[in-house]
Design a protein around this ligand. Structure first.
Ligand code: IMP
Length: 430
């Protein structure tokens, strides 16, 4: 069964788009299963840099069908903007190539206004959301009052649903949060125009995938965010409002677990996170600046969606073991190994000290996590530039040792290592 799921093993931004782009060669379908335009995927092909938020990274490959699945939330304005930007660069984003599953939920300007109001209300305890309306859209989905993409095919039903939705949200925005009401007429007019353009892209995602799998074609499920941002298995409440883990891929796409062949966790060779919440191996000062980069390069550690500098720290093996367990990972991809070149020594958290006792697994109870201090093991670094390495043997011995150490400690093989942002800067260890 050729369904491969690609999952973020940390807090997102692990380089999943880069890996999806790489594995999309030979795939028939690449499908997003959760999240919305809170995600940011950067794909570098030669001198061209593509920044994608909603459209699966497979779109860069001619002939690959890209699906936004039921589990995703879609802001039509953002989707159209992204489609137009790709089309302007000669990428085919027509209805035969880009499909939107009718069961995906829509994000509206009211969701974005609510996201902002909720964050303001939280004050110092703010989640640090991307303010893209993600949480409020999933809240409406769970309350069974959401707007599904299938409405885009029915202008009258869409207008009625949207009018009710804006009126209800205006009540809350004005009476609870003291905000200005949104202009319902303007939103309805925008949505009507957007619906006319997007309706030809509507599809039944689960049927499309079932047919592709029945033909023996390869399907890639492209994750967004990461395991520790999962609503059930992350650092709640500092999480997103969806399920970026393997279970979320199954429900988000509408395929059964028996269809899955491979579950690839993508992890950076160090750790990053954006937004609030705990981060046991976080660094500050010069070392943080060294790992983060200056922001001059698109692959430096600044958010693709928000531009915020990412928090950075050493690799945390309890996190990778958590990701292996929660997702049943078959293998790991380690990205950005090249960023560690030049460090004399590389500390890696192998476990935590919890009140004087060693703890190997990652606690998602924040009151417990707050008491955990990383126990580091320090590995020797390497001085060589490894961005030209293409085979395991091209890596310095200490870089190979670092990768082997991670595979052994995480309990899952590392099948690929990336050593730069380019499509060819990959080492296969399969
Ligand atoms: P939301 O998904 O916008 O509600 O944000 C919730 C949390 O998830 C915040 O800490 C965000 O910074 C984080 N987050 C959401 N999407 C991403 C992503 O693609 N990469 C990294 N962090 C993300």
């Amino acid at each position: 069964m050729p369904l491969t799921i690609i999952i973020g093993a940390q807090w997102g931004d692990e380089g999943k788009g880069h890996i999806t782009d790489r594995l999309a060669q030979g795939a028939a379908v690449v499908a997003r299963y959760s999240g919305g335009d809170n995600a940011g995927h950067t794909v570098t092909i030669g001198a061209e840099i593509f920044k994608l938020h909603l459209i699966p990274s497979g779109i860069i490959h001619p002939g690959v069908v890209c699906l936004i699945g039921n589990g995703a939330v879609v802001n039509p304005a953002v989707l159209l903007r992204e489609m137009d930007a790709l089309a302007a660069r000669g990428v085919d984003v027509g209805p035969a190539r880009l499909k939107l599953s009718g069961g995906a939920h829509l994000i509206t300007p009211a969701h974005i206004a609510m996201d902002r109001a909720h964050e303001r209300e939280r004050g110092r305890g703010a989640i640090g959301t991307t303010l893209r309306g993600i949480g409020p859209a999933y809240t409406d989905k769970a309350r069974r009052i959401g707007l599904r993409a299938e409405l885009l095919a029915d202008p009258d039903a869409l207008a009625a649903a949207l009018a009710g939705h804006i009126a209800a949200k205006n009540e809350v925005l004005v009476k609870v949060y003291g905000e200005e009401p949104l202009d319902a007429n303007a939103i309805l007019a925008d949505y009507a125009a957007q619906a006319a353009r997007l309706a030809p892209h509507l599809a039944d995602g689960p049927v499309l995938l079932d047919e592709a799998l029945a033909r023996g074609e390869t399907v890639l499920a492209e994750g967004a965010q990461g395991t520790l941002l999962d609503l059930d298995h992350g650092t709640y409440p500092f999480v997103t409002s969806s399920s970026p883990t393997a279970g979320g891929a199954i429900t988000g796409l509408g395929v059964g677990p028996r269809a899955v062949d491979r579950i690839i966790g993508v992890a950076k060779a160090f750790t990053t996170r954006v937004g609030g919440g705990p981060f046991p191996t976080e660094l500050d000062g010069d070392l943080a600046a060294r790992l983060r980069g200056t922001g001059e390069n698109p692959w430096d550690e600044f958010g693709t969606t928000t531009g915020r500098p990412r928090r950075v720290g050493w690799l945390d093996l309890p996190i990778l073991r958590h990701a292996r367990r929660v997702n049943s990972l078959s293998d790991l991809v380690l990205t950005k190994l090249d960023i560690l070149s030049g460090l004399a020594e590389i500390p890696v958290a192998v476990a935590y000290d919890l009140d004087g006792r060693r703890r190997a697994d990652f606690p998602t109870d924040l009151s417990v996590l707050a008491r955990c201090r990383p126990i580091y093991e320090t590995l020797p670094g390497w001085g060589e530039d490894i961005t030209g390495a293409r085979r395991p043997a091209d890596l310095p011995a200490n870089a190979r040792r670092y990768v082997d150490f991670i595979a052994a400690a995480a309990g899952v093989p590392v099948s690929y290592v990336s050593v730069g942002p380019g499509r060819e800067q990959f080492i296969s260890r399969d």
